[in-house]
Design a protein. Structure first.
Length: 410
């Protein structure tokens, strides 16, 4: 582990992100807002620009720019296949994770009705809650919740056998909390769901830039993420297990394809954005080692995870030593993304974030971040939510020190 941390090429990484050159109020900008969207790697920006400069086109044309667009999409799905350990034909693109989840939920709901049940969690981003709740309300389904323990900030799994039963049709769970960083035990939840024949929908949006993801290992049937969280453009990604995808009947235009994955991709896609996905994942792979691209991606994410966790632990320790700061995090035994949620006595989260930006050039976010159920349970929504600092592989120890020194001034 020590060798991995010493070897992390932070200067080389930073040189690939043009946004890091920005200055604000005389400060070199510090981007600690990664959970809301990472900065974009230069190779991804170049690919987007090249596609648009070279002449974009729609699909199925008998001319070069159309063929090139189809090749770009195929290449993107192939590398996402390696990124998530899925088949390229199981991958569909859309505007964002939320839009795709709504479309999938509506399609699944066509075959469900009274007596059927779905399960959601109290720790999730509402994109993996309300998308299913609205379908359940329309179709008369029963909704059950996996509760979060407000003291440990982990899901309570002791009663899974009662919550997930023979009537359960789908279980929706997030791989990692975008608010407090907790990485949930999706495998245990999915194992119980499989025992009763239920589908498992996993929100991996927040986890994707931080930890290796293996759809097969976790047991997901529906896996959702977005490229703008892992150094690429705003493109939503849905992966649906082939047999479930074949049986899915999305709402679509009559002449649109009926085969997978195209039948979920309504309208013309964001082709220039899709062009930027392959370089974003190639950036991750470039940090790793291995004979196959999958091995390089996993290794690269392991390097990122180790480096980010080192910085995150320094922030957590530093904040814990400050009397005015309240940290919201699981204990050291629970794996977490480098996402730190906290409040400061006597200041609203928005005031803290404004001062960090204007007085120190440090960009952090405030609010409930759509994890509003968790915010209600912890009683923070009425006072402006959390302050959230999230790290990316382009952040540095010097930035961490600058952040901690700034917080000490409150």
């Amino acid at each position: 582990m020590t060798q991995q941390l010493k070897a992390f090429p932070i200067n080389e990484v930073r040189s690939q992100f043009p946004a890091l050159k920005r200055e604000f109020n005389g400060w070199e900008a510090v981007y600690f807002d990664g959970p809301g969207g990472s900065q974009v790697v230069k190779s991804s920006i170049d690919a987007i620009t090249k596609y648009m400069e070279n002449g974009g086109a729609n699909l199925h044309g008998s001319f070069p720019s159309s063929h090139e667009t189809e090749e770009i999409i195929a290449n993107a799905k192939a590398i996402i296949g390696d990124f998530l350990n899925v088949k390229p034909e199981e991958i569909a693109f859309g505007a964002n994770m939320t839009t795709l989840a709504f479309a999938i939920a509506r399609a699944l709901g066509r075959n469900w009705g009274k007596g059927d049940e779905i399960v959601v969690t109290e720790i999730d981003h509402r994109a993996n809650v309300d998308t299913w709740l609205t379908m359940a309300e329309d179709k008369g389904l029963t909704v059950k919740w996996i509760k979060v323990n407000p003291d440990t900030l982990t899901l309570e799994l002791d009663h899974l056998n009662e919550i997930i039963n023979q009537n359960t049709r789908l279980v929706a769970v997030g791989l990692a909390s975008n608010a407090v960083g907790t990485i949930s035990d999706v495998e245990t939840i999915a194992k119980r769901a499989k025992a009763v024949g239920a589908l498992v929908a996993v929100d991996a949006v927040h986890a994707a830039p931080h930890i290796p993801i293996d759809r097969e290992q976790m047991g997901a049937d529906i896996l959702l993420c977005s490229a703008y969280k892992f150094f690429g453009p705003h493109v939503g990604i849905a992966v649906i297990r082939e047999n479930a995808f074949e049986n899915l009947t999305p709402f679509k235009l009559a002449p649109a394809p009926t085969y997978i994955p195209d039948k979920l991709e309504t309208g013309t896609q964001n082709h220039e954005g899709i062009a930027g996905i392959t370089p974003a994942i190639e950036f991750i792979a470039s940090l790793g080692e291995g004979e196959t691209r999958r091995e390089q991606i996993v290794s690269g994410l392991q390097q990122i995870e180790a480096y980010e966790n080192k910085l995150a632990n320094k922030i957590r320790i530093g904040l814990a030593e400050m009397d005015k700061v309240t940290l919201y995090q699981a204990d050291a035994s629970v794996p977490k993304t480098p996402t730190i949620a906290f409040t400061i006595d006597g200041y609203t989260p928005q005031e803290v974030c404004r001062r960090l930006s204007e007085e120190h050039g440090i960009f952090v976010a405030d609010g409930h971040f759509y994890a509003s159920t968790l915010g209600d349970i912890l009683g923070i929504n009425g006072s402006g939510g959390w302050i959230r600092a999230g790290l990316a592989p382009y952040n540095t120890e010097e930035e961490v020190e600058r952040f901690l020194n700034a917080i000490k001034q409150f």
